[in-house]
Design a protein around this ligand. Structure first.
Ligand code: HMG
Ligand code: MG
Length: 298
């Protein structure tokens, strides 16, 4: 049977916006985060403390974190590739820091400019500092289902990085389909591998929807008991280091499916739809959520 309850981590303000070419004003980012927390998300990825030369759009993360309305109980997460990022996240009062690695050697080099082994060594300091400061620690594993540079990614490579993230003390580990290539049976094979290496209730599915498979892959993961999913309002996003990758699965679509399945998320879909319309209007394009557009048109 499927989980009765799932946690949806809204990653639109980070994964969604990081790929936007035009700079999105701080006030718009703040309003987006506030609208999302008012919808009931318990976890929002709001910031990324990476090199502004690599990802210019995230350069205002400090200002965003300083001005959002903090809702009690909500976990505001920030990406932290190294100690410099960690110090910035700590100063910005992030509740959770995210170390992000890859199951693909080639992608690791392109995305964070080091090998998988070097990244794990770098993350050790971040992980220890997170624990010392009482912050939650999450590990994200890109290209768990395929890589834009090397193609196939062996299950063993995923198992290995999950084990390393576990040993670093991660509270949660994201199995990410950076380029949206997975299909349901493949998803289950990778997730079963991850489940053998980490607690089921700490694993999350982070699916991009490039090939239109994300909802099917989420359903396949639900069948295995995975109960944490990442999504972006209005399907925003992509990854600057994965050419052609589209956004994360749209939050509205995920919520609509969960409602239909009778799975509790604690989130008000109508408020998310409004938030999706808000950001889409700002960006000057139609939102990428099918459910969101259908509900908004009513
Ligand atoms: P590097 O060039 O190897 O690092 O980059 P470095 O330590 O040699 O530093 C070089 C310069 O960057 C220095 O500045 C540092 O101060 C600065 P300079 O002296 O040249 O003026 N720097 C920083 N500035 C701000 N914050 C920092 C920071 N660190 C160094 N934290 C680094 C290595 C990791 C920093 C770089 O490669 C980088 O920033 N990469 C970011 C990649 C990224 O953000 N990708 C998108 C997010 S991951 C993603 O989207 C995937 C995910 O969604 C899951 C999925 O879908 O797969 C999570
Ligand atoms: Mg992503």
């Amino acid at each position: 049977s499927l989980p009765k309850q799932v946690k949806i981590v809204e990653v639109g303000p980070r994964d969604g916006l990081q790929n936007e070419k035009e700079s999105v004003p701080v006030e718009v980012k703040i309003e987006l985060v506030n609208r999302l927390t008012s919808a009931g998300f318990q976890n929002v990825e709001a910031a990324s403390f990476v090199s502004p030369k690599w990802v210019p759009q995230m350069a205002t993360s400090k200002e965003v974190m300083a001005a959002i309305q903090r809702k009690p109980g909500v976990i505001y997460s920030a990406l932290t590739p190294n100690m410099q990022g960690f110090e910035a996240a700590l100063a910005a009062q992030a509740d959770e820091v995210v170390i992000f690695g890859s199951a693909s050697e080639a992608f690791s080099q392109k995305n964070i400019n080091c090998s998988i082994a070097e990244s794990i060594a770098r993350f050790e300091g971040v992980a220890k500092a997170a624990k010392d400061n009482g912050l939650r620690l999450r590990g994200s594993i890109s290209c768990s289902f395929g890589c834009p540079y090397q193609g196939e990614v062996p299950l063993d490579a995923v198992a290995d990085v999950v084990g390393r993230m576990r040993d670093l003390g991660c509270d949660e580990i994201d199995i990410a389909d950076t380029i949206g290539v997975a299909t349901p049976r493949k998803t289950q094979a990778v997730m079963e591998t991850a489940i053998r290496a980490f607690r089921l209730d700490g694993l999350s599915g982070h699916f991009h929807d490039t090939y239109g498979q994300a909802l099917a892959n989420i359903y396949a993961s639900l069948e295995l008991g995975i109960a944490i999913y990442h999504s972006s309002v209005s399907g925003l996003g992509g990854c600057p280091y994965a050419k052609g990758a589209t956004g994360n699965v749209a939050t509205e679509d995920v919520l609509y499916m969960m409602q239909g399945l009778g799975i509790d998320t604690g989130i008000d879909l109508d408020i998310v739809v409004d938030a999706g319309q808000f950001i889409s209007q700002f960006l000057g394009r139609k939102g990428a959520s099918r459910a969101g557009n259908a509900i908004a048109a009513k």
